[in-house]
Every structure is written in C-alpha cells, then in structure tokens.
Design a protein around this ligand. Structure first.
Ligand SMILES: [Fe+2]
Length: 510
C-alpha cells in the first residue's frame, strides 16, 4: 500500500519520458503535493538531462523556500476525523483512503497586469501540453515556429490553435497556430485524417509538416497528434472492494430541489430499505459541484429559489449532509452556482461557507485530483461544456461523456478563452489534465452518462434538481436522481436510480 504513491510517481515520470533516481523519488514522496512538485521539476529540467536527481529536487525545494517561505503550499493539511491521519501526510504508515494529489486552483499573482497574467497562464499551458507531445515518433524533428524554413524536409511543430477558417470553395482548413516564438498558417486538406477531429481554439496540437518548394505556399499538415491518453498506461485499482458514490448538482435552495428523491438516497445510505449491504461498502461520496443553487446566477433566478439567502443555502446543505452516515468521507468541489466566484479553476468553499457542513466533508477546489484507495479521480464541475458543446459538431448536453473524451484528447478541461467559462489568470494552468486520472467525473449537464476512454472511466453524474424554466429555454432535459456507484477494485459500476421509490437495487451500467 505505501508503495502505491511511489508507483504513481514513477508512472508519471515515465509518461513524460523521464527517469527518476531513487533518492529523488524518496524526497518527492516526503512532500505534501509530490505531483505538483514533479510538474515543476519537469518544467525546469534541462531537455538533455538523462534523469531527475536528488540534487535537482533539493535545489528546486530550496529555491521554493527562498521565494515563498516554508509554508507556501496551497493546501493546508486538515486532520480528518473520518480518516484519523492528516490526509495529505504522505509519510503515514498506511496509504490513506483519501489522498489529495492536486487542486487546480492557485492564487493569481497580485502585482501582474491582467494581460501579463493571461500571458503567463497560456505560456504554462503551452509548456505543460507541448511536453506531452515531445519525442513522439509521429512528430519527428520538432522545431519552434520561428526556426521553420521552407527548405525543411521532414519537420514538426507544436502550437496552440489561434484560429481556424475554411477555404471558400473546397472547405479545406487553414489554421493559425502559435508557440512562444511566433505564429504560422498551416494547411489541412479537408479529407485528410488530421481533419477528422475539429480543431478547437486554444488547444495545443502537434503537426507534422510538408513544405512546398514554393516559399509563398502555406505548409501542409501531414499528420496531427494531440496530447491524448497514451494507448498503454498504468491503471490503478484499490486492493479492497470498497465503493465510492459519485453525485453532482444538488442545487440545494432551489424550489425544484428533489427532496423526496434525496430522501430515498439518504435512506439507502443509512442502510434503511433495499440495498443495505451494498450501502455498507461505500466509503466516500464525491459531489462534482453546484452544491447549492446560489443567487444571481441567471436572469430572474429569484423566482426559482426556495431559500433566497446563499449562506442559508449552505446551512441547509449542511443539514442534509449531516443526515448521511458520519463514517462517509464526502468530497465536494464547487460549480458555477456556488459562491466562490465564477472564474475557473475555482477555489474550495471558504471557511465561512463550510461552517455549517459536517466535519466529514472535505471541500476541494474545482477541478481537483485525488486518490481514493490508490485510484486516481479527477472531479471537475464541467462549466466548459457550455463552450465545447457548441464548438464540437454533433455534441449535445444529452451526451456529455463524448465531450469528456475530447477533454482527455486535448488533456485540457476548458481550453477555450473568451467564451462562457471565465478563466482565472494564474501562473499555473490548473485545467490541464496532468496527471491522468483513472476516473473523470463532471456534472453541469444535469444528465447521467457513463463511458470509457482508453481505460479512463467517464461519469456525468446526474442532478438532484428537476427541470427549471431556464433549462427548458436552453433545451436541457435533466436525468435526475441517479448515482454512480463504483467498485474501486474493479471499476465495476452500479447505477442507482432514486427517481422512483426504491424496491431493489439493480446492477447495471447506465
Ligand atoms: Fe447545475
């Protein structure tokens, strides 16, 4: 068990084609957020360096201390009564059931002008995602854009997509892509394999190019590579058959909160009624945002509110969660209806908002990545669906898991800047999907869906709110009162349906 985190780290460096010395690994494991530190190491590592040494880790740690002081780590370890050990203490004798890997949120720099801060954000995104494309056999001879020459024979670039347009008659694509050295136009023939997936603004993509002899002509794209999920990778499973229940979008405080259905879920978890034996195997609940309905989120929302005061809504959330068995660890991330500000990544609920919540609740940022008995889970509310669904032909709110696949291919949860998802200008892009999870859960769509992509389980975790007028207007039909119950040793899934009185708990993948 204690070696599982070590295995995560080794696999993480392997994915980035970097070896790590045993002494460096031990030092990393003694840190509270070893993966955040590992990312920093990969950013600073000399591309020619054969492996990560203990000296390198030491030098980064001492540079960090000099800049921030010893306590400048974004996550404060909190003694969790449900766990008995500080959840972020990696030196605990046994691997805890819950282990925070990283929170997406980091404070934006105070002194920076907004433009400079967004520049830093996009530079970090580009560095983090282009690193995943480094050394790919299908992207030979990678060069910065400024280093390209039309006499190049076989050459590749990695760039962020700035714009996409179609040629007027034949509908071929002309992309404008940029890196930190410059920008270039690229030609993608309409029916070529590279044109199969639409290019989205601000995603980072690798291109193998062919230059024409004519220096006036735009280079042609021969092959396209996205950061993606490696076809072969290490998957993690719990050594014990314990389960986690995934929920989302409670919307406490809304007139359309499904109190009866929530009551059935509460009864089930308390072992009252059918399925008691199954309920006893559950250790954690993960809620993927929109814990309350909030205030002022959409026009005339007050008409839909049963509780008009936002702190009262959190008090009511606390009362509801206190009805659930105390032994459960309840992991919550905020969504766009929560009172933490709309920009993503969002911070965890403030201490004031957490006041009425029971002590077994662990409030994390949106998104957050954590390990549950060794299985890596990433929870993201899913606001970016509002930008990705209109941008991807054929995508709908009824099938958000198809869009989640696209997030994994891009290795980014919310790439599009300037749409409906406001992005926080932090120096670190916390919406990059790195490390890869074994399970990605989102909400926001208010539908229930389950799928897989290259061994990553994808869940769209339903809602506990009936259809509102606003959703009717936007043509969103909810699939409420479902829960996804996952056995962490096998990733086998039960769909729990509380939309009707529970007569039996059926097994099935919804
Ligand atoms: Fe919601």
């Amino acid at each position: 068990m204690p070696n599982e985190l070590r295995d995560h780290l080794v696999a993480y460096f392997e994915e980035h084609r970097t070896l790590v010395e045993a002494g460096a690994l031990t030092l990393l494991l003694s840190e509270r957020q070893p993966l955040v530190l590992s990312q920093e190491i990969l950013e600073r590592l000399d591309p020619q360096a054969p492996f990560v040494t203990r000296e390198l880790v030491e030098s980064i740690l001492s540079a960090r201390r000099a800049t921030h002081g010893p306590a400048a780590i974004t996550v404060t370890p909190r003694r969790d009564p449900a766990l008995g050990v500080p959840a972020t203490d990696l030196r605990a004798a046994d691997l805890p059931i819950f282990q925070l890997i990283q929170e997406g949120f980091s404070e934006p720099p105070k002194q920076h002008l907004p433009l400079q801060a967004y520049g830093d954000l996009f530079r970090h995104r580009f560095a983090a995602l282009s690193r995943l494309l480094k050394g790919r056999p299908d992207l030979p001879n990678q060069r910065p854009i400024a280093g390209l020459r039309h006499t190049d024979e076989e050459v590749s670039v990695v760039g962020m997509v700035r714009s996409v347009r179609e040629t007027p008659q034949k509908h071929h694509l002309i992309l404008m892509v940029e890196d930190d050295t410059g920008a270039i136009e690229l030609f993608v023939p309409k029916d070529s394999p590279g044109a199969l997936l639409p290019f989205l603004p601000d995603e980072v993509v690798g291109f193998k190019l062919k230059f024409s002899r004519d220096p006036e002509r735009i280079p042609r794209v021969e092959a396209v590579e996205r950061p993606d999920v490696p076809a072969r990778r290490t998957v993690h499973r719990s050594p014990t058959a314990r389960r986690t229940l995934f929920l989302s979008d409670l919307h406490i405080g809304s007139k359309t909160f499904l109190a009866d259905e929530w009551g059935r879920l509460t009864d089930f978890l308390r072992g009252e009624g059918p399925g008691g034996e199954l309920a006893a195997t559950i250790d954690q609940i993960v809620v993927a945002g929109d814990l309350v309905d909030g205030i002022g989120i959409y026009p005339h929302q007050e008409r839909d509110l049963a509780i008009a005061d936002v702190s009262e809504q959190y008090q009511e959330l606390g009362r509801r969660l206190k009805e659930l068995p105390e032994r459960l660890t309840i992991i919550v991330v905020p969504g766009n209806h929560d009172a933490v500000g709309p920009a993503e990544p969002q911070p965890a609920l403030s201490p004031a908002l957490q006041e009425g919540l029971p002590p077994n609740v662990r409030a994390l940022a949106n998104p957050s990545t954590f390990s549950l008995s060794g299985v890596v889970v990433e929870a993201y509310h899913g606001r970016s669906l509002d930008d990705l669904i209109p941008a991807i032909p054929g995508a709908t709110y009824a099938r958000p898991t198809a869009v989640m696949k696209r997030m994994l291919q891009m290795r980014h949860l919310a790439p599009i800047y300037g749409g409906r998802t406001p992005l926080l200008p932090s120096a670190r892009d916390g919406l990059v999907v790195d490390p890869l999870p074994d399970l990605l859960v989102t909400g926001h769509a208010h539908t229930y869906g389950v799928d897989q992509y290259r061994g990553v389980l994808l869940l769209s975790a339903s809602t506990w709110q009936a259809e509102t007028e606003y959703q009717r207007m936007r043509n969103i039909t909810p699939v409420p009162a479902r829960g996804a119950l996952v056995d962490l040793s096998t990733m086998e899934l039960h769909t729990l349906d509380f939309s009707r009185p529970v007569t039996a708990v059926h097994r099935g993948a919804g």
